[in-house]
Design a protein around this ligand. Structure first.
Ligand SMILES: [Zn+2]
Length: 252
């Protein structure tokens, strides 16, 4: 069992893993919520899955750990609460807890693209082209301590993303709180940047792009199958990841 409070709502939740055949799904208040694209109900600075008005926010870090472990079936994730715990801001605890489960991954057949898929919106560009699987994530923040960063790797490298923490900007904190978000954002669960630099010591020089890559692998897990493609994401967000994945699915 993993418990803790949600960074956005500030409310506590508990999560239990149950080994059960079938596709990976969440379970809340007698409702099963499949971990796939059709369950995405919103993307307010996190990814929210839901069904019959039973929603679970902030699923992306847990999904990223499932992706890294190649766990595509055999697990029901029971959630008591509305938002998964933020924990230390990274996926470390999820990754370790899933590692303790003796799940023998049956890896579904990968999605093979017939043609490239491209999504462009404002500053964001996401594309996938038919090729052996790889993921490249680029960020470009107008902030002296971040700037441009890139991460590139294959599925085998996803585990090196697990300890990269979420981040935010001090100057946005007030507006986020007014919007009902980041209510429980604290130095112990999010890297906070003031106008000069990070208020905590970073775990990696490129921890920011690593976290963005972690978020992307979480959202891409919602395809429910591995994606055999060369994926490039520049300045992505949960909203744009989901829009891209819907576009990609239409193209199959
Ligand atoms: Zn994240």
């Amino acid at each position: 069992m993993i418990s803790g409070y949600g960074i956005h709502s500030g409310s506590r939740s508990k999560v239990f893993f149950h080994l059960e055949d079938g596709p990976i799904r969440f379970y809340k208040n007698n409702t099963y919520i499949p971990a796939n694209l059709d369950s995405v109900v919103a993307t307010p600075r996190c990814t929210v899955l839901g069904k019959n008005n039973q929603n679970i926010a902030m699923v992306e870090h847990l999904l990223a750990s499932l992706h890294a472990h190649n766990y595509w079936s055999g697990l029901v994730i029971e959630v008591i609460g509305d938002e998964l715990p933020i924990l230390d801001g990274s996926a470390k605890a999820w990754f370790e807890a899933l590692g303790d489960i003796n799940l023998k991954p049956k890896i579904p057949q990968a999605i093979i693209l017939k043609q490239g898929v491209e999504y462009n919106h404002l500053n964001t560009a996401i594309k996938a082209i038919p090729a052996k699987h790889s993921l490249q994530v680029n960020v470009d923040y107008d902030h002296p301590a971040i700037g441009q960063q890139s991460w590139r790797g294959s599925h085998l490298d996803y585990k090196e993303l697990q300890t990269a923490r979420t981040f935010g900007f001090l100057k946005e904190a007030e507006a986020l709180k007014k919007a009902g978000l980041a209510r429980r954002a604290e130095l112990e669960n999010v890297i906070i940047f003031d106008d000069v630099g990070a208020m905590q010591k970073l775990r990696f020089k490129n921890e920011i792009v690593r976290h963005k890559a972690l978020d992307a692998t979480g959202d891409f897990f919602l395809l429910a199958r591995p994606l055999e493609a060369k994926i490039t994401i520049s300045r992505g967000s949960h909203e744009s990841h989901i829009a891209f994945l819907r576009l990609l699915r239409q193209s199959l």
